[in-house]
Design a protein around this ligand. Structure first.
Ligand code: ZN
Length: 319
């Protein structure tokens, strides 16, 4: 492939959304429910998923910056939540971070395998299987550069597929209420939530990109709003029977991949929901024996963190 073609191609692949859907949210929610004694609270559940509120804005110029600060800068969230007496929200939020929270164990350093994050490590195992199947598909469809295309897509989707596979297993083996918990946490999340995010992050965003504070606030408010709606949808999907949940997730993933394939040079190429469903089932197969061990170890580890202990104490005092 010529260099310029490769460059254009990489650009197109980059447009695939980071999370094909808000995958992984049920795992974050499940973990947040176990952190303090009798603290299964809707506000901490929403707090545990909302750090990903900008994940679907991958084409935005602010994507890298906002996802970075919501995953690393926690102090202002704690402060703003405390001011409003919403420490439960802060508890969920800080459990998610990538510095030492559950995203660290998912993306960088698993509790049961320190070399790799759990989802990234499993994604690496899953990717070659997906790549092989996509290669065959693209060859049959007569698409140019089938190997390169299959390789890029497989490496993009393997990680989110692992996350959705773990979410499904959480719902169908560990906590049957997790779908409705996520859904109601999003429906009833108070207007304070966007306010906290804005107070914590709008100044940094406006300074970094030299935009007005109002503009920065609107960017955060709008993204959180659409994220909130997607959480209601995701909760609803997880609330279905197994077959229908997996089918709907497969259809959504398919739609997004096909949209991007068809806006690239690979016009006329398409993945079917059946293929996507097989990928999700394969991801379940690769995780079913050890996902629960990893999640239990993550919960044990998080409960020992002083940041978590402090918030649990504050929450129990205000009861
Ligand atoms: Zn995250």
């Amino acid at each position: 492939m010529k260099r310029i073609e490769k460059f254009i191609f990489l650009l197109i692949i980059f447009l695939l959304p980071a999370n094909l859907f808000a995958w992984g949210s049920a795992t974050h929610a499940y973990i947040s429910k176990q952190l303090c004694q009798d603290n299964s609270d809707s506000l901490s559940i929403y707090g545990s998923v909302v750090p990903d509120f900008f994940n679907q804005e991958r084409n935005s110029a602010y994507f890298n910056f906002v996802t970075k600060i919501t995953h690393y800068n926690l102090d202002k969230i704690k402060k703003e939540s405390n001011k409003r007496n919403l420490n439960k929200f802060a508890l969920g939020f800080i459990s998610h971070n990538e510095k030492w929270g559950s995203d660290l164990t998912a993306h960088k350093k698993a509790r049961t395998n320190f070399r790799n994050g759990y989802a990234s490590g499993k994604g690496g195992i899953l990717a070659p299987f997906i790549e092989a199947e996509l290669e065959n598909l693209f060859i049959t469809q007569g698409i140019s550069f089938p190997f390169f295309l299959a390789n890029s897509i497989a490496s993009e989707i393997a990680h989110p597929l692992i996350e959705v596979a773990v979410d499904l297993q959480i719902k169908f083996h560990e906590d049957e209420f997790i779908g409705s918990d996520i859904k109601s946490s999003a429906i009833y999340r108070t207007a304070y939530v966007p306010d906290i995010l804005i107070s914590a992050y709008a100044n940094d965003l406006s300074k970094k990109y030299k935009i007005s504070r109002t503009e920065a606030s609107d960017i955060i408010r709008n993204a959180e709003n659409s994220f909130c709606e997607s959480m209601i949808q995701y909760g609803e999907i997880l609330n279905q029977e197994y077959d229908s949940a997996i089918q709907q997730l497969a259809e959504q993933g398919t739609e997004m991949i096909n949209y991007y394939l068809n806006s690239s040079y690979a016009k006329g190429s398409f993945v079917t929901p059946e293929i996507m469903k097989r990928f999700i089932e394969l991801a379940i197969e690769k995780t079913k024996d050890d996902y629960f061990k990893e999640i239990s170890e993550t919960i044990k580890y998080l409960k020992k963190r002083s940041e978590v202990k402090k918030l649990c104490k504050k929450i129990s005092k205000t009861k």
